[in-house]
Design a protein around this ligand. Structure first.
Ligand SMILES: [Zn+2]
Length: 496
């Protein structure tokens, strides 16, 4: 029970109310953030600024969108300092040293051991990240010139296609060599056959059913929101819900008929199938083994949405030649490998903020120190303590722990490798789909139905036969790409 919530209010009612108000105020500031792009008359929101970062190739427009959004953090700093103080007070009343220690205590091991585990996983994947970073930097230098992207410096964050430089797939067309350029994209096939949003979800459901899991309840189809309503404002950010903690499962999403949303639907249904599998556990155990498991499950299924699988279910007529595999892997690495250091550093920073190792006077400097050390990225121009750049990422002002996304990025490949082997895979992991494998389904079900009633190594073992989190699955998956990357960048240098 002590570990159920990510934020514990102090018992003093005035302080409790103050903490609630602080978080609500910071969230409000974040959600109302806007910027007027240079040369434009109207201010735009984060979504529009993100589109500029993804699509523009004009360095000054990129820098303007980046800097414009990051201003949102400035006014949150004072509130954030007080929030840290009050959140820590609440955590201490429950017996934790601070809120960071409370967050690290959710992993069935001493908090310091967990911190070492995370660092171990990072060290396993770091060589692959360095290879990707070195390659991308050399390509960006070729596009923008060595003055904009120097070959011996961290990559300026505004050139990576994403507001936080956390995933880089938007710049795939810039960095892929011409022979990769025909990226396999499901979107045209979905549009051509007139796929409806409901059919998108049906495709994903039928994948889970092929593993031996039961179909979704009728109420799912009656109560989910699959399209943007015409008559009201809604939050379109995709989410999965477990309304009564039994079987009232729903997703809320504004589905667009694209290959990306096809993947997202699998992610969200992963949450719903997990929720239903543990519904018979006592209330406190109706959760995943640890929070990384919940995020990893649907992504694991999405890794099995291979071109061959899409042909098998009749969605595409032809699959790309194996010579295109490197393009598929590069695109996926820009999304998933590029994410790893970011997934790690958000909470590395917050752990030190909560413990007091980082004082408020050094919030911004230390943030960029970590960005440089882990991601090898730098701000477009020097930043000082007048800025508060961590707050420009949703999860920081909203008090949402972030390490789960790092863990999920590792676990989904560990899951995929184990399930692929159980389903009889022999060839490369990136070509294998577990579609139709009852043995894979049996293992997934065994893991999911435990909920959080057992320590997570038991749940991991039920699915994979292994008791340690292991980045080997991710490294195996991307091994052909790593060989190719290293051949491209024999002389390249990467972040230390
Ligand atoms: Zn999720």
């Amino acid at each position: 029970m002590r570990l159920t919530l990510p934020l514990i209010a102090p018992s003093d009612p005035r302080e409790s109310e103050e903490l609630t108000r602080l978080v609500a105020t910071m969230q409000g500031t974040y959600s109302k953030g806007r910027h007027t792009p240079a040369g434009s008359a109207e201010s735009v929101d984060l979504q529009a600024l993100s589109r500029i970062l993804a699509e523009s190739r004009d360095p000054s427009a990129l820098e303007d969108a980046w800097s414009g959004w990051h201003r949102v953090g400035r006014s949150m700093r004072t509130d954030f300092v007080r929030y840290v103080e009050l959140a820590n007070r609440g955590s201490r009343e429950l017996g934790f040293a601070d809120t960071g220690e409370m967050w690290r205590s959710k992993y069935d091991m001493p908090p310091d051991t967990f911190a070492r585990e995370v660092e171990r996983l990072w060290q396993e994947v770091r060589p692959l990240y360095r290879s990707l970073h070195a390659y991308v930097r050399s390509r960006l230098a070729a596009v923008y010139g060595p003055d904009e992207v120097p070959s011996d410096r961290p990559i300026p964050a505004h050139f990576l296609g994403n507001m936080w430089a956390q995933s880089w797939e938007s710049i795939y067309p810039l960095v892929a060599p011409p022979e990769f350029s025909a990226r396999f994209d499901l979107t045209p096939a979905l549009v051509a056959r007139g796929t409806s949003p409901e059919q998108m979800v049906k495709f994903a459901e039928s994948f889970f059913v092929s593993l031996g899991l039961p179909t979704l309840p009728a109420s799912f189809w009656e109560r989910s929101m699959l399209v943007r309503p015409r008559d009201r404002e809604v939050v379109c950010h995709a989410s999965a819900w477990d309304i009564d903690f039994v079987d009232d499962l729903r997703i809320k999403m504004c589905i667009e008929i694209t290959g990306d949303d096809f993947t997202t639907v699998h992610h969200e249904l992963g949450h719903n199938f997990y929720q239903r599998a543990y519904a018979r556990q006592p209330f406190l155990f109706r959760d995943s083994a640890h929070d990384g498991f919940h995020e990893a499950l649907g992504d694991t299924i999405a890794l099995s949405v291979t071109p061959e699988y899409l042909r098998e279910i009749g969605l595409v007529a032809e699959v790309p030649d194996p010579s295109q595999d490197l393009g598929l892997l590069l695109y996926r690495a820009l999304e998933k490998v590029a994410f790893l250091p970011f997934g790690l550093l958000v909470d590395r920073w917050r752990w030190d903020v909560f413990s007091g190792a980082i004082p408020p006077s050094e919030y911004n400097r230390t943030w960029w120190e970590l960005k440089e050390r882990y991601q090898g990225v730098a701000p477009p121009s020097p930043r000082d303590e007048g800025e508060f750049d961590p707050a420009a990422k949703y999860h920081v002002p909203s008090n949402v722990p972030y390490m789960r996304y790092f863990l999920a990025a590792i676990l989904q490949f560990q899951f995929h490798r184990a399930l692929a082997r159980a389903a009889g895979a022999t060839g490369p992991l990136h070509r294998f789909s577990i579609y139709g494998s009852r043995e894979a389904g049996r293992r997934i079900q065994a893991m999911m139905e435990m909920g959080s009633s057992r320590e997570w190594p038991d749940a991991l073992e039920a699915l994979t036969g292994e008791r340690r989190m292991d980045a080997g699955g991710l490294l195996d998956y991307f091994a052909p790409l790593q060989r190719w990357l290293d051949a491209q960048t024999r002389t390249g240098s990467a972040p230390s």
